[in-house]
Design a protein around this ligand. Sequence first.
Ligand code: NAD
Length: 435
Amino acid sequence: MKIGIIGTGYVGLPSGVGFAELGHTVVCVDNNKAKIEALNKGKLTLYENGLADLFKANTEQGRLRFTTSMKEAVQEADLVIIAVGTPPDPITHEADLQYIYAAATELADYLTGYTVIANKSTVPVGTGDAVEKIIASKNPAADFDVVSLPEFLREGFALQDFFNPDRIILGTHSERAISLISKLYEPFKEKTPLLVVSRKSSETIKYASNAFLAMKIHYINEIANFCEKSGANVAEVAKGMGMDKRIGNRFLNAGIGFGGSCFPKDTMAMAHMANKVGVRMELIETTIAGNQKRKKEMADRVYQSLKDLKNPKVAVWGLAFKNGTDDCRQSPAMDIIRELLQKALSITAYDPKAMDTAKAILGDKISYASGMYEAVKGADVLVILTEWPEFSAPDFDELAKRMNRKVIFDLRNMLSCEDAQEADFEYHCIGRKCD
Ligand code: NAD
């Protein structure tokens, strides 16, 4: 199959690599020239586990190409996938659809033969209808279907999820489109259900799923607060809850609040969409507000331990919104750092993969260390904000040697209470007491 992919970000690039690996011919287009230049030189523009090898293999074998020309990506394609951003509007917080509409307008002229336009971007209900109208009015002769094909990959596991999806959701009533997309996912048909629904249901499934997962995270964070007061251990509670198949054991890690480029914007967009049709989604609204509060509370815990010191120094481990990615968009680590900066604390941070993306956001407001032990030099406290595996078993002697005070705020519950206490550290974690 010939596939054109519009947008080479965290969804478009791994998807392009994945479809090429399945044997399709993929042309990815992006209007960011610098990205395409880098990709054409063989340089990846984002970090994602396992992406480098497949990217190299498929570009070398000529199945995967990159261009800034929409025409090149679309003109021979059987399938055009839209994977551009849908960021929140800074004022209303609804999804900003300007990139979707621009992509639809630009691609319309180049359609040849029957083409399926699949929207993988997360878009409000009714966007498929709008995209269809744009294309039909720009190119009345075009033979096409617009389908909703929401993406459920997790950054850090993008390829694993690409090759092992839980489900494929397809929003369309067109038999021709169903047949083409079924063919596309033929290799997964033994293990992955393909659910065909209306376009509007499909668009809703994506938001409803993300909002549900965000609520689950917020819920376990509230349970963690309760455990801290009641003497229970949130890790044990989550394990016990997760053994119930109705609940499931994932998204039950208490921590610093959800973040990333999806949950914050998708919860806001869902609440906004509902309001627009006269439905109040109070659970989601509470989750959004509670999650904002969570990050402030986490920063405050750290601040309270330092506020009486003169020029306190904070070491931070972890900047990405989660491990396995360099993505710092809406990272709770960024929000906590911003809160601490407002208290005029001096911060030195280290992240194994996200130094460049963090620098693009925080600039010189903090210092950056070249390694995890380098970051703690002279620090009055170490704060762990991203759950990178290498942070899970630190050399406490090395930390003690370098730090000014032996205090750790492990806000991802990565370390063992016993190890930290044996090394005589003052150790703070989430939802459990260490005594
Ligand atoms: P991104 O910002 O990383 O990438 C979007 C890319 O599209 C950018 O490279 C941008 O330059 C390009 N672009 C924008 N307009 C274009 C145009 N007219 N022509 C060509 N290129 C254009 O975004 P992302 O994280 O990949 O997310 C894309 C969509 O997928 C969003 O709607 C998001 O909500 C959704 N989604 C994201 C994830 C995730 O984990 N990141 C998971 C599921 C769904």
